[in-house]
Ligand binder design. Structure first.
Ligand code: HEC
Ligand code: HEC
Length: 255
């Protein structure tokens, strides 16, 4: 199959992945998952602000901004030591969240006034003063970066790319998304990655993990095949297999 050999070229940029990931020791004993989940929602709301603004949907902007405000308030009530931070970090951590809360409120007011210029200014402030500043201070602190999240965010964006391709009726976009999902899935199957990034020391468990990853790669291959042949029923089947045998099966056991 020509697309198989082609993939190895396309996969080259993601080959940088293990270099970065193996370099990050996973010394996190705390549970960062609630924070990961909140952050993915933060990203979604931030994207929603931009996408709504682009079509002058100010109600959409206001709703997404309110979500960011509420989430920032909620996280300020969390016990930071459960996330693996020192209690003395709480004041600084909360200061960035307070900025998220206040700036998102400002964006909401600008949206009510249908003032696009102020929304754009607010979005810039939000990213710089809150999101990026907090990431600089906390995400890269030793052991705080969950590299497993990098894999999952790349799965989510590959899946989005597949959907976008289907909706645009552009199969080459869907094929590209499937190919990158397969490549990342293959890297996730490497033993050193499973050990260091996902922290699974038991050999039998690693084999099971690899089995789920292989199912994901198989499903992504099927999606790519369907996209290359322009057959949407193959893509449908591939997507169902991706969710059931890949994402959901592995999450049920390992997340
Ligand atoms: C109070 C600090 C703080 C604020 C404010 C904050 N983040 Fe985060 N964010 C973090 C930490 C810590 C992590 C690492 C968690 C992990 O690795 O699971 C993270 C991780 C992420 C991730 C996960 C992806 C990855 O590569 O690890 C995304 C996406 C993200 N943040 C988006 C945002 C957006 C968008 C905003 C602003 C609207 C924001 N964050 C505001 C602390 C913050
Ligand atoms: C082989 C195992 C495996 C496969 C396959 C897999 N995941 Fe995950 N996923 C995990 C693990 C383990 C975590 C928890 C990561 C952590 O907290 O260290 C996770 C976490 C996540 C998260 C972070 C949010 C949360 O609640 O922790 C998202 C989003 C996610 N996965 C999406 C996906 C999607 C979408 C797919 C399929 C396209 C997928 N994953 C396939 C193992 C897998």
């Amino acid at each position: 199959m020509t697309f198989r050999s082609f993939r190895s070229f396309k996969a080259f940029p993601v080959m940088m992945f293990p270099v970065i990931l193996i370099a990050i020791p996973l010394v996190v004993s705390a549970d960062l998952r609630p924070l990961s989940r909140a952050m993915l929602a933060n990203l979604q709301a931030t994207n929603a602000i931009g996408e709504s603004l682009a079509v002058e949907d100010f109600t959409g902007v206001a709703n997404a901004a309110r979500e960011l405000t509420n989430r920032a308030r909620e996280i300020q009530t969390w016990d930071v030591s459960k996330l693996g931070f020192r209690p003395s970090d709480k004041a600084e951590f909360d200061a960035y969240l307070k900025l998220q809360e206040d700036i998102a409120e400002k964006i909401g007011r600008a949206a009510s006034d249908e003032n696009g210029t102020l929304v754009v200014a607010g979005l810039g402030d939000l990213l710089n003063k809150s999101c990026l500043s907090c990431h600089k201070a906390f995400r890269d602190r030793q052991g705080m970066l969950k590299s497993s999240t990098l894999f999952m965010t790349s799965f989510v964006s590959a899946w989005r790319e597949i959907n976008r391709g289907l909706l645009l009726n552009d199969y080459s976009v869907a094929a590209r998304g499937a190919r990158s999902m397969a490549s990342v899935g293959q890297i996730m199957s490497w033993d050193p990655i499973i050990r260091s990034t996902f922290n699974i020391s038991d050999t039998a468990a690693r084999n099971k993990f690899r089995g789920h990853a292989a199912n994901l790669v198989g499903a992504a291959d099927k999606i790519e095949e369907g996209a290359t042949r322009g057959e949407s029923d193959i893509i449908e089947k591939g997507l169902a297999q991706m969710w059931n045998a890949g994402c959901l099966a592995c999450h049920a056991e390992f997340r």
